[in-house]
Design a protein around this ligand. Structure first.
Ligand code: GLU
Length: 569
């Protein structure tokens, strides 16, 4: 007993030696960061991005899960910047993350919300500004004999590691390999006093021969070998490791549910021990599946280097509609979302109740064609005004020329985007991202259209290859005749009658049934004739209804385009 008290006294001495300036205690922190005053089942969740590069698509997934859990439970979603790896820090990374969250409507309620901008009472929310907190907690662990200074050099650690590998034992700092664990407290005090360099390690009380189990809220009960490693808690630069920061931060920020990537799943035994040693209640854990991508016939992890879709900035610069991307995230996150969506077409993913037990634990496949489909659907739900607003927002940043062009006549632009959209019985679904708008609708804008013709040529010239009766001569004659007959004041019915009239005189069949029965009797059908007109006016095979297009372009441009085409044949 005497001995224990003596040991305890020495632990305090060691703690004081290492942290002479730390006056506050863990109890002080408990008062400073009290339990949150929320309703009983409110969830406090967070993302902890490290500002070490571009914003990863995975961060968006995490943010979506967090946002859902927080809003559904009237809880709190906060952002904590995990910048303890200062060597890898990249300038501007935090701004990019916040901009990404803002863009996809996933802004947090609390924490880091902008460059040097934090809100909330549980901060600072940037780990490099929380040194004092980690020091208080580390000091506490030394005082209670659960942390100790480790004087091993990198070379010594490497040697041990190599020997472990050679002898086929599990590598790590544990048991007989944990050299500094067993040096006496007197020696530790002496060596610290002598100014020897050290880092701090946790003194684990586990054995890997023992199994422990815990609940992952998405995966259920998980069994694992207990941790017996004396992991580093404070590094040589005085900053904590991820493991230790996770314990201190999630406790004092009062996180209830830790949502993080499955790469952290094997670390749970370490974390549970640390929580226990600190006397803290461990949070719930939810480990989200890794995002995979198809590569030939197999699947692999998204690669920052190889896959442009690994970066959130790709989806922003390509102009994926926010609702489309969020719907897609939800289909990956909850297996019953698609079914719900098919029954609730007019509702937003925000109305869907996200359930943890419907989260898949197998790697999630990032299926771009599916994302494109959902984005198409999302855009199809917008009226011309919404499309215009989105296109302007996107092009202002990513296609300034087009932005300026649209701004010259916003009313015209709105009419263009309104074709087969506003008041249409069947909405045209031809775009899924804003960057496609300019190429898709280019023929409505003179200079852009002329540039396209210059660069891509006249599509109409390929028509004879598709159907040998439609020779260049036939095309030319058709356009000449139609140009003569065209009357801009026609109603749609009159317009169509006139078209049929011209076509019939030239030898086209105006009755599709009849044409299909005896194609050899005609040069082509009325469909072929309208194709000729459509291609001459738009340089495209598929467009909204050509009558409305001509109305929008006006007589002069319509006729000029036909004349120009004739002259090029
Ligand atoms: N900074 C950690 C990471 O980027 C966060 C993990 C967590 O959410 O706890 O992986």
């Amino acid at each position: 007993m005497e001995m224990d008290r003596e040991y305890e006294r020495k632990c305090y001495e060691l703690a004081y030696l290492i942290f002479p300036d730390v006056d506050e205690t863990v109890d002080d922190l408990e008062i400073k960061y009290p339990e949150r005053n929320l309703k009983a089942d409110a969830k406090v969740v967070r993302i902890g991005p490290s500002p070490t590069g571009m914003m990863h698509t995975g961060t968006l997934f995490q943010a979506m899960v967090n946002k859902k859990l927080a809003t559904q439970s009237e809880g709190v979603f906060y952002v904590r910047v995990e910048d303890t790896d200062q060597k890898r820090e990249v300038e501007g990374a935090v701004d990019e993350i916040i901009a990404g969250l803002k863009h996809f409507d996933l802004m947090p309620d609390e924490g880091v919300v902008g460059k040097d901008k934090e809100v909330g009472h549980y901060g600072p929310y940037t780990q490099s500004k929380r040194r004092d907190i980690y020091r208080i907690c580390a000091k506490h662990l030394i005082e209670i004999g659960r942390a100790y200074p480790c004087f091993c050099t990198q070379e010594m650690l490497q040697k041990t590691h190599d020997a472990q590998v050679a002898n086929k034992v599990i590598p790590g700092y544990y048991g007989i390999y944990a050299k500094c664990r067993n040096i006496s407290i007197d020696e530790s005090i002496e060596r610290v006093k002598n100014g020897e360099k050290f880092i701090l390690r946790f003194r684990s009380n586990g054995s890997h021969l023992k199994k422990i189990s815990f609940i992952d809220d998405a995966r259920g009960k998980i069994e694992m070998a207990d941790n017996d490693e004396d992991i580093v808690i404070i590094k040589s630069d005085g900053l904590p490791t991820y493991h230790f920061a996770h314990i201190c931060d999630d406790h004092f920020m009062r996180t209830t549910h830790v949502v993080r990537a499955e790469e952290w799943l094997p670390s749970v035994p370490k974390h549970l021990q640390l929580f226990d040693a600190m006397g803290f209640k461990a949070p719930h854990y939810i480990h989200t599946p890794t995002i995979m991508i198809k590569d030939g016939d197999s699947k692999r992890k998204l690669s920052k280097r190889k896959d442009k879709v690994a970066a959130v900035s790709y989806f922003i610069s390509a102009g994926y509609p926010v609702e489309g991307l969020n719907d897609y995230l939800m289909t990956i996150l909850n297996s019953d979302f698609e079914m719900w969506k098919s029954k609730n077409k007019d509702k937003s993913y925000k109305d869907f109740e996200f359930k943890l037990n419907k989260m898949s634990s197998a790697g999630s496949l990032l299926d771009i064609p599916k994302l494109n489909d959902l984005s198409k659907e999302a855009i199809a739900k917008m009226n011309s005004e919404e499309v215009l607003r989105n296109v302007l927002e996107w092009s202002k940043e990513y296609n300034k020329e087009f932005y300026d062009l649209l701004n010259k006549d916003l009313d015209y632009a709105k009419k263009v985007f309104g074709l087969e959209r506003d008041n249409a019985t069947k909405i045209r679904k031809d775009i899924y991202k804003w960057e496609d708008v300019e190429p898709t609708f280019r023929y409505f804008f003179k200079d852009n259209y002329l540039n396209e013709l210059k660069e891509q040529g006249y599509l109409i010239k390929t028509l004879p290859e598709e159907k040998n009766t439609l020779t260049l001569d036939v095309i030319k004659k058709s356009l000449e005749a139609y140009k003569e007959a065209y009357n801009e004041n026609d109603t749609k019915d009159e317009w169509f009658d006139r078209m049929k009239d011209v076509a019939q005189k030239l030898g086209f069949c105006i009755n599709m049934k009849e044409y299909k029965a005896n194609p050899e009797n005609y040069i082509g059908s009325i469909a072929d004739f309208s194709s000729i007109v459509r291609m001459a006016v738009t340089n495209r095979k598929n467009t909204p209804d050509i009558y409305s297009i001509m109305q929008l372009l006006g007589k002069d441009i319509t006729l000029a385009r036909m004349e120009d085409t004739i002259s090029k044949l």
